[in-house]
Design a protein around this ligand. Sequence first.
Ligand code: FAD
Length: 295
Amino acid sequence: MGPVLRQALLAVSKSERAERVISTLPLTRDVVRRYVADDVGAVIDELTRRGLLVTVDHLGEEVTDPAQAANTVREYLSLLDLLPAGADVSVKLTALGLRLSEQLALDHAAAICRAAADKNVTVTFDAEEHDTIPGLHSVHAALRREHPDVGVVVQAYLPESLERCEKLGGARVRLCKGAYTAPGAYTKDADIDRSFVRCLKVLMAGTGYPMVATHDPRLVRIASTLAVLSGRDVTGFEYQMLYGVRPDEQARLAGLGAQMRVYVPYGADWYAYLMRRLAERPRNLTFFLRSLLSR
Ligand code: FAD
């Protein structure tokens, strides 16, 4: 997508006014349903039955009220009851109050990690806007002392991502391209892809557990080659893709015996998530507008 349109959509993703308008459009429900689980329990059951792993995200972010942050914890604790052992939950620290205080987010995150460990479920902390990245890594480092398998996301569009991967030796790391904007970030596809591959090489050669989060066929091929070259078998890393994006490819990789985890978002607070998905791909926007015109 042209950088201008992408920037515009990402700006719209943060606009409360646009959210009010877009959320009330009658078409929106259909588009939301493509990317957001309506009945999360049923979606988890169906994906698990088909041999796919899941990481489940209770939608919500940028919380500025301590009561809302506490509510996010409650949502995750009830979600854990639905999940099979081996599942993962994806958590945004800004939904746990990172904007209010790092300590608050850490305390909430620790409560989720403890409850998840009791159920044999892992926790991965999503990477959000660039100004939250230092807080993300500081919370992740603190949690790793008690929960060595807690995961964190690295965004390849950040030039510092390579150094970050080198420092995260031994950790569960989800590598993605990056869905926001950041000053100094790579913006050209070729630069982001090159950074992704550099990070992937470090993660695959390291002692941690790489989670390769991309729908990009070329990067999927490179990941599988690097895994073989690094002597990792299919249990030594996993692919991750978003619910609703390239489901055939998800099934194909799982059919080959690879660990394929689907990121399943659910909940009422879907607006910013949906706008980021539209910003990723022009065809999605066409699909959205076509649904609008066909009403
Ligand atoms: P792209 O070059 O964007 O896409 C490659 C191909 O995939 C496209 O040509 C198209 O065929 C298909 N495709 C990609 N996106 C879509 C879409 N929305 N709809 C339909 N088809 C599509 N970003 C963060 O900043 N922080 C996170 O914590 C984070 N977690 C993620 C977790 C998972 C499991 C995944 C898969 C992505 C996550 N992302 C996160 C988003 C990521 O950063 C990218 O914005 C997104 O994955 C698109 O990049 P891509 O690697 O798929 O490559």
